[in-house]
Design a protein around this ligand. Structure first.
Ligand code: SAH
Ligand code: SF4
Length: 444
């Protein structure tokens, strides 16, 4: 008997209609983990509901990348106490990167006693066993694992994440990910290609290869550019994208493979973090501003329809005004379509934790705003140039009188009208006007 069958048998003795609730915080990696967990929970006899109060099983998939994210999650966890008081039979599981940190587990053990089970992201394989033991109160040893052997319950029937590599070996000095997600581990290319083939046959239109650092993919036989070349051979009509890639591992082979791909959607999310070589060195990023610009220039030359987005951190320990000016200069030269900017957050156990950080928080906020303002005007200019152009778009959601669509490069296009019958299909559109973060268009 499998873990899911054991849970199923047990839970049906308690309720005819077992219900589960899942809340996901953080990155796409967490979304992908959640889809695997949902697959297992469904197989165990639960159905998912939108409301925590109604459910017999509550699962939080947590993020630890920044302090603010973590605090927000603790706020949500605190609110579960009331739910447990009203319904003491509910099982509450805290899963994810937060649960990989010793001091967080200790805090939960001491102050959040209503939590039943804490599972770190590295232990996703053990999720079925741990959940089964918690729910049934008995110990079993069955060989049933997530992720490879578990059915994934995908949220969408036309967009899919495909994990190709987990963990991270980079140890950027500010980042907690290598500690909470562990060492890089690539999935075998044949498994990945099988999964993509299967998705395309089922009609999926948007496939995103996922990993903390997809371009260091290496399965012992092939590397990331080879993997792209293999995916290029798959027949079918779909957008292929990937995230996240590291500038130090981005090379001409990968760009050439993408340039000849019939599927590449055209999005490069290439986090630069800073434009100052001094700060990049302190961050342990292993590239310079010049190298970064060189690689994106080559990419734009080879793939003219490219949309480049990035992540930036302001207020890294020791960041001087002149370092910040280098970042401003970089974003003017790089011409990103959009950026995600974060104020540096000190994380326990990282190298940067010990670096002196004398810049006042107010100064960091003012740099953050300055960066955002300059980027806004760059984005506006880039988007305005799209007016009159034609794009292939995927219709991703339909509201009363408007369809929300995306180009292969990930840019949102809003189309006025009722198009629900076209949901999840490709269409051609012409851009009619531009806002700072999205475009308006008409279907052709
Ligand atoms: N693996 C990806 C993403 C990692 S986390 C990459 O290497 O790019 C996503 C983003 O969060 C990072 O790109 C970085 O900009 C930001 N980030 C990570 N740690 C941070 C910290 N301690 N403080 C502020 N931002 C951080
Ligand atoms: Fe964190 Fe750097 Fe790894 Fe990205 S590459 S997850 S920023 S350590």
């Amino acid at each position: 008997m499998t873990y899911s069958e054991k849970i199923n048998l047990f839970i049906k003795t308690k309720t005819d209609d077992p219900k589960a609730f899942i809340r996901v915080f953080g990155c796409q990696q967490n979304e992908a983990d959640a889809e695997k967990i949902c697959g297992f929970v469904l197989k165990s006899g639960f159905r998912f509901v939108e409301c925590e109060q109604e459910s017999d099983l509550i699962i939080f998939v947590t993020c630890a990348v920044r302090h603010t994210a973590q605090n927000k999650i603790f706020g949500h966890i605190g609110r579960l106490k009331k739910i447990k008081e009203i319904n003491p039979n509910v099982f509450i599981v805290i899963f994810g990167c937060m649960a990989e940190q010793k001091e967080i587990c200790e805090k939960i053990r001491l102050h959040y006693k209503f939590i039943d089970l804490v599972i770190g992201s590295k232990s996703i394989d053990a999720f079925p066993k741990l959940l089964c033991e918690e729910i049934t109160g008995e110990n079993y040893n069955i060989c049933e694992k997530i992720p490879e052997e578990m059915p994934v319950k995908r949220k969408s029937n036309f967009k899919a994440w495909v994990s190709i590599i987990s963990g991270c070996n980079n140890f950027c000095s500010y980042c907690v990910v290598p500690f909470v997600r562990g060492q890089e581990k690539s999935r075998s290319a044949s498994e990945i290609l099988n999964e993509i083939n299967h998705l395309v046959k089922k009609g999926y239109k948007d496939i995103t290869l996922l990993g903390q650092n997809v371009n260091s993919y290496e399965d012992g036989k092939i590397c990331f550019s080879d993997l792209i070349l293999e995916i290029n051979k798959i027949k079918g009509d779909f957008f292929l994208n990937f995230m996240t890639s590291h500038p130090k591992n981005m090379n001409k082979e990968i760009i050439d493979a993408l340039a000849e791909s019939p599927h590449f959607g055209g999005r490069f999310h290439l986090p630069v973090q800073s434009g100052s070589n001094r700060i990049l060195k302190l961050m342990n990023r292993n590239y310079t501003k010049q190298k970064y610009l060189e690689i994106i220039n080559y990419a734009r030359l080879k793939i003219p329809y490219l949309t480049i987005t990035s992540d930036l951190i302001v207020g890294f320990p020791g960041e001087l005004r002149e370092d910040f000016e280098e970042t401003l200069d970089l974003i003017k030269l790089a011409k990103f379509s959009s950026i995600f900017t974060f104020i540096y957050s000190k994380r326990k156990g990282t190298v940067a934790e010990k670096m002196p950080d004398l810049t006042p928080h107010s100064e960091k906020i003012s740099r953050f705003n300055e960066l955002a303002n300059i980027q806004n005007s760059i984005s506006e200019k880039i988007f305005t140039k799209e007016i009159g152009k034609k794009h292939k778009i995927l219709i991703e959601s339909c509201q009363d009188n408007m369809a929300l669509c995306r180009t292969g490069g990930g840019v949102i296009v809003k189309i006025k009208g009722k198009y629900s019958e076209l949901l999840g299909t490709f269409a051609e559109c012409k851009i009619t006007s531009a806002q700072r973060s999205f475009l308006w268009g008409n279907l052709i």
